[in-house]
Design a protein around this ligand. Structure first.
Ligand SMILES: Nc1ncnc2c1ncn2[C@@H]1O[C@H](COP(=O)(O)OP(=O)(O)OP(=O)(O)O)[C@@H](O)[C@H]1O
Ligand SMILES: [Mg+2]
Length: 449
């Protein structure tokens, strides 16, 4: 009989090798390689399968399932795709179980919805369901054995199944502990097969590691169709759901929720919550960023303080640190705002992260406003990408951004050239960063240079 092979796999990145290393050659973390026993590969005879023509596939199979939570539908790209595998990651306590139980309860009205719980007892889930306003006709299975879960899915064939969480599932065939890379990988691969073959839309809940990636296996992210990240501070009420990967929709969509005693409530108009600044306050500007198809107004705050450090700090929360460094450099070179002796802190309201270059101008405005202690003009928002030459580049979908600004009652928008006009809103077109600062700030900062 062939001997079971021993491999050493990294719990952080999934790298595996035939011998142990103190430092993982894959991700350079220390002490993360653990021993795993894998069984000998079984040789099975395979039969060829008949081929299918794509035109013959009935369109019904691709019909999406509305989850009953509009913000979740938006992030999924318009609902859950049948027989797909979705991974929802998030920090402990952020509200993953709450969100998915709400969705299951809504979907159970006209579909079979199953919750496989490995973390909480049936009674605990019941208590939560009561708090959230009823469990509908959700079916529940408290089980951690992978074989039993797969077997049940194959016989019961529910339309939707939530596995809370993938780290609690274990297969006795593998020697390693539940939650280890080998176990999680095996669980995901088996569930992928079951979900495709039995037509069960499966949602896996995954825990995240301290650096924010879904615990252990990056491999998981390749396996699944869709990776959703549930973010937000446990100590703040607002939560943001975004897609890190989506085979059936845009990854730029954003869902915003508020955690209340009765569960997660969708925030259909996040601009109202995140896009308000106090007039006359230096260091705050409103960005009109575009998240997927949705324009959203976000308050960007900046603090500039004198420093004695040889290398001044550039601290960005919600903004890419590299972009912040670039904006600071362009401000110094092209707008006469030197920050070589100052620490710069930038923060985006509500724990939202902006990935879009269209928010550059608002970040620059906030920093310039903080550095010169001159407030941004009241009722002003800004968008536009800043080039390294100090010139503003047009931002995508300007009309939709302007529409959002008008909806919130703003008076002026500082924008790149060739931005379309809109009645009721003053569009201050600026070719360069210098001109944009002049249009956006209350007094001309160049006068105080
Ligand atoms: N009675 C309540 N009133 C208001 N909020 C509550 C109440 N009970 C729980 N919560 C909120 O629900 C959150 C926990 O939600 P949930 O259990 O869905 O998180 P989770 O992401 O599944 O966590 P874990 O990773 O530990 O399973 C808590 O952080 C808390 O904010
Ligand atoms: Mg949970």
């Amino acid at each position: 009989m062939a001997k079971a092979a021993v491999v050493y796999a990294c719990t952080e990145c999934g790298y595996s090798a035939g011998r142990w290393f103190g430092k993982c050659p894959g991700c350079s973390s220390f002490g993360t390689l653990v021993e795993e026993v894998t069984g000998p590969a079984a040789k099975a005879r395979t039969e060829p399968k008949p081929l299918l023509r794509l035109v013959d596939v009935s369109a019904e199979e691709a019909q999406r399932i509305p989850t009953g939570v509009p913000e979740l539908d938006r992030v999924l790209g318009g609902g859950l795709v049948p027989a797909s595998l979705v991974l929802v990651g998030g920090e402990p306590g952020v509200g993953k179980s709450t969100l998915l139980l709400m969705a299951l309860a809504a979907m159970s009205v006209d579909r079979r919805a199953l919750l496989v719980t490995g973390e909480e007892s049936v009674a605990q889930v019941k208590l939560r369901a009561e708090r959230l306003g009823g469990a509908g006709r959700v079916e529940i299975l408290a089980e951690t054995e992978l074989d039993v879960v797969c077997e049940t899915l194959e016989t019961e064939r529910p339309d939707v199944c939530v596995i809370d969480s993938v780290q609690t599932l274990y297969s006795a065939e593998l020697g390693s502990a539940p939650g280890s890379v080998a176990q999680v990988r095996e669980a995901a691969a088996r569930l992928l097969r079951v979900s495709k073959e039995s037509g069960v839309a499966t949602i896996l809940v995954g825990h995240v590691t301290k650096d924010g990636s879904v615990a252990g296996p990056r491999v998981l992210e390749h396996l699944v169709d869709c990776v959703l990240q549930f973010e937000g501070d446990r100590y703040h009420a607002h939560r943001v759901l975004r897609a890190a990967k989506n085979r059936f929709g845009s990854t730029n969509e954003l869902g915003v929720f508020e955690m209340t005693g009765a569960g997660l409530v969708g925030v259909p108009d996040p601009s109202e919550v995140f896009g308000r600044t106090v007039d006359g306050e230096p260091g705050a500007a409103v960005a009109c960023a575009l998240e997927g198809t949705r324009p959203i107004l976000l308050e960007v705050q900046a603090l500039v303080s004198q420093t004695d450090l040889a290398i001044p700090r550039r601290v960005a929360t919600g903004v890419d640190p590299k972009r912040l460094a670039m904006i600071v450099a362009v401000l110094a070179r092209h707008a006469g705002i030197a920050l070589g002796q100052a620490d710069v802190f930038v923060n985006v309201a509500g724990g939202v992260r902006i990935d879009e270059p269209g928010a550059d101008l608002a970040v620059a405005l906030a920093i310039a406003s903080a550095a010169r202690r001159v407030p941004v003009r009241p009722g002003t928002a800004a968008f536009g990408e800043i080039g390294l030459t100090g010139r503003l580049r047009p931002a995508a979908q300007a009309e939709r951004r302007l529409e959002e600004c008008a909806k919130l009652g703003l008076k002026q928008v500082v924008a790149p050239p060739d931005t379309p006009k809109r009645p009721g809103l003053r569009v201050a077109e600026a070719e360069t960063l210098r001109a944009a600062l002049r249009a956006g700030l209350e007094t001309d900062v160049e006068a105080s240079v």
